[in-house]
Design a protein. Structure first.
Length: 167
């Protein structure tokens, strides 16, 4: 589903609403469709030792969203073991991974819904970078999209079909 133009009263409100819409109503359905098409083995398949599996990418987007939006923009906990996201080799079940991403996306949505517009230009530190809250949100939503593209590519590669998730 493509995001629609909002009826936000301010550019800041539109930015927050667009971020929420992209994650919940655009990216998450596409991610679920990819996951549904993959076998349990395909979720942990790697084309070579230096590439990531879909399972790694799902763990990674959760870690990134939690660090940059829940912890960074929202001021919540920031504990993260980034290396573990990429070191995992399974066999964590696909349903558990998808549920983790869904729970993370709901948490992100709650943070964004409560984020005061006036705080978007406040400076915070995330992963050693001094950024604004706006930057942190923008980074994390864009980052999710980037890895969703990788998940979609692997899904097409492993299934041999176009899932029709990108117009």
């Amino acid at each position: 589903m493509r995001p629609t133009a909002g009826e936000a009263a301010t550019p800041a409100a539109e930015f927050i609403e667009a971020s929420r819409t992209l994650l919940a109503r655009d990216y998450m359905p596409r991610l679920r469709r990819c996951a549904d098409a993959l076998s349990e083995a395909d979720v942990w398949w790697r084309p070579n030792p230096v590439s990531n599996s879909v399972g790694n990418l799902l763990l990674h987007v959760c870690g990134n969203l939690r660090q940059w939006i829940v912890g960074g923009a929202g001021g919540g906990p920031r504990e993260r073991d980034r290396d573990a996201e990429f070191d995992a080799r399974g066999p964590r079940p696909k349903a558990e991974l998808v549920a983790l991403v869904e729970a993370t996306a709901r948490e992100v949505d709650r943070v964004l819904a409560d984020l005061p517009e006036r705080s978007l230009l406040d400076r915070i530190e995330v992963q050693g970078f001094a950024v604004t809250r706006l930057h942190a949100v923008y980074h994390a939503i864009e980052h999710f999209s980037y890895h969703l593209g990788q998940v979609a590519y692997v899904t097409k590669l492993r299934t041999g079909r176009d899932l029709g998730i990108f117009p």
